[in-house]
Ligand binder design. Structure first.
Ligand SMILES: *Cc1c(COP(=O)(O)O)cnc(C)c1O
Length: 379
C-alpha cells in the first residue's frame, strides 16, 4: 500500500531528542531546543518574533486573542479550509463570514472580500491552500482601508512565498503548522509569526498561562505572577528537538518534495492537455513549496470512482475539505456572503495524491500510470 502521508524523518531527529533527555534534562517547554527553533525562525523569516506553539490551531487562537476578537465581531475567511481556521475565532465569540474561492488556486477570492466587510468586521484570514499564496497586496490594502487585521493561515505554507516574501510574514500575524502531515514536523506543533513589538509582551503572557514568566527568566523581574488571561501554548522541548533536526534538513526535505511535485506535474501534462484532469496552478506571484499535489477531475462521481480505483491498486489518495459553511457548526457560527460559485463545486472535484518526504521514484511512476490507466490510457 502506498500511504497518502508518511511523517517526515531525515534521521538526525533522534539524536536531538536523545540530547534533550540525556544531556539537557529538559523536557518541558521553552528549553534549549525551543530556543534554537525560535532563533532559527527569527533568522530565516523576515519577522521580529517567532513563537513555537503546540499547534497551528493554537497559534491561530493566540492571534485571535492578540487581535482582541470578541463577541459579535466578524471574521472573513474561505469556507474551503480546515476547521481550526474558524474555530480559533469562534472561540472568541466571532461570527464567521465565508467568502467564495478562486477556482485556480482554491484560495479566498480577493475581489470578493471588500463587499463582505461590515462595521463589525475585525479580521481577514487568508488561507494559503497547498502552500500557494493568496493575493496578499490586495488583501492588505482592504485591511488598511477598513482598519482590519490580517491573520495568515500559513499552516501549509512553510517555505513558500508571495512576491518573494515568506508566507506567514505578510499580514499582522502568521500561523505555521508542524503537524505530521505538513512539510516539516514535530508531531503536533506550530508557530506564531509577527513583527509588531506592541504585541510581544502580551503574546508571551498568553502563551505562558497568563503569567510574566518569560520576563522572569530573562531576569527583568524578580518574581513572576499572574498578569492577564492566557493558556498553555508552549510545546515540550522533546517535540522541539525533533523539529530542530528538520530545520537543519529543511532544504533537503523541500527539494525532495519539489522533485515529486514536478514529476507529477509533468507526468499529468498529457491528461491535462486532453482535458481529463486539471493540475494545480501556481500564479506568477507565488512560489511553490510542494506541500500538496492534487488533481481536479470532471465531477464528484468521477472523483469517487478514481479514489476507489486507486485504492484497489494499493494507492491511498484522498479528497479534502468539505466546505465549512455546509457543516453543522459552520451554519451555527457563520454565514456565506455572496454566491457559492466555486467553493462547493471545485472542492468536490479535487483529489490529493500521496506526497511526502522520501516518496520513491518507483511509487510515483506507478501512481501516475494508475491514473492514466483509470482513463484507459498509457503514460
Ligand atoms: C493543518 C492545518 C491547520 C491546523 O494545524 P494544526 O497544527 O494541526 O493545528 C490549520 N489550517 C490549515 C489550512 C491546515 O492545513
Amino acid at each position: 500500500m502506498i500511504d497518502f502521508n508518511v511523517p517526515p524523518f531525515v534521521g538526525n531527529e533522534i539524536k536531538y531528542v536523545e540530547q534533550a533527555i540525556k544531556v539537557n534534562h529538559k523536557l518541558c517547554g521553552d528549553g534549549p531546543f525551543t530556543k534554537k527553533c525560535r532563533k532559527w525562525m527569527e533568522e530565516n523569516f523576515p519577522v521580529n518574533y517567532a513563537f513555537l506553539t503546540t499547534s497551528c490551531t493554537h497559534a491561530l487562537e493566540m492571534a485571535a486573542l492578540l487581535c482582541d476578537v470578541s463577541e459579535g465581531d466578524e471574521v472573513i475567511m474561505p469556507s474551503y479550509t480546515f476547521v481550526s481556521t474558524a474555530d480559533a475565532f469562534v472561540q472568541r465569540g466571532a461570527r464567521i463570514v465565508f467568502v467564495d474561492i478562486r477556482p485556480d488556486t482554491m484560495n479566498l477570492d480577493e475581489s470578493l472580500i471588500e463587499d463582505a466587510v461590515t462595521e463589525r468586521t475585525k479580521v481577514i484570514v487568508p488561507v494559503h491552500y497547498a502552500g500557494v499564496a493568496c493575493e496578499m497586496d490586495t488583501i492588505n490594502k482592504i485591511a488598511e482601508k477598513y482598519d482590519l487585521k490580517v491573520v495568515e493561515d500559513a499552516a501549509q505554507a512553510f517555505g513558500a512565498s508571495y512576491k518573494g516574501k515568506a508566507l506567514g510574514t505578510i499580514g499582522d500575524f502568521g500561523a505555521l503548522s508542524f503537524h505530521e502531515t505538513k512539510n516539516l514536523s514535530m508531531g503536533e506543533g506550530g508557530a506564531l509569526l509577527f513583527d509588531n513589538p506592541d504585541f510581544h509582551e502580551q503574546a508571551e503572557i498568553i502563551r505562558e498561562k497568563g503569567t510574566n514568566r518569560s520576563k522572569f527568566f530573562r531576569g527583568q523581574i524578580d518574581k513572576y505572577t499572574w498578569v492577564d488571561y492566557g493558556s498553555s501554548y508552549l510545546p515540550s522541548d522533546l517535540n522541539a528537538a525533533y523539529l530542530w533536526g528538520e530545520f537543519l534538513a529543511a532544504d533537503q526535505i523541500q527539494s525532495d518534495r519539489l522533485k515529486s511535485w514536478e514529476l507529477y506535474h509533468q507526468g499529468f501534462q498529457n491528461l491535462a492537455d486532453r482535458g481529463l484532469v486539471e493540475r494545480p496552478v501556481i500564479p506568477d506571484y507565488a512560489s511553490n513549496n510542494a506541500h500538496m499535489y492534487y488533481l481536479k477531475v470532471r465531477d464528484v462521481q468521477t472523483r469517487a470512482r478514481l479514489l476507489s480505483f486507486l485504492k484497489e491498486k494499493g494507492i491511498l489518495a484522498v479528497f479534502h475539505y468539505i466546505p465549512l459553511h455546509s457543516a453543522p457548526a459552520g451554519k451555527k457560527f457563520g454565514r456565506f456572503h455572496g454566491e457559492d460559485r466555486y467553493t462547493t463545486s471545485e472542492s468536490e472535484r479535487l483529489l490529493r495524491l500521496p506526497m511526502y518526504y522520501g516518496l520513491t521514484q518507483e511509487d510515483k511512476e506507478y501512481i501516475i500510470s494508475c491514473v492514466y490507466a483509470f482513463f484507459g490510457l498509457h503514460m
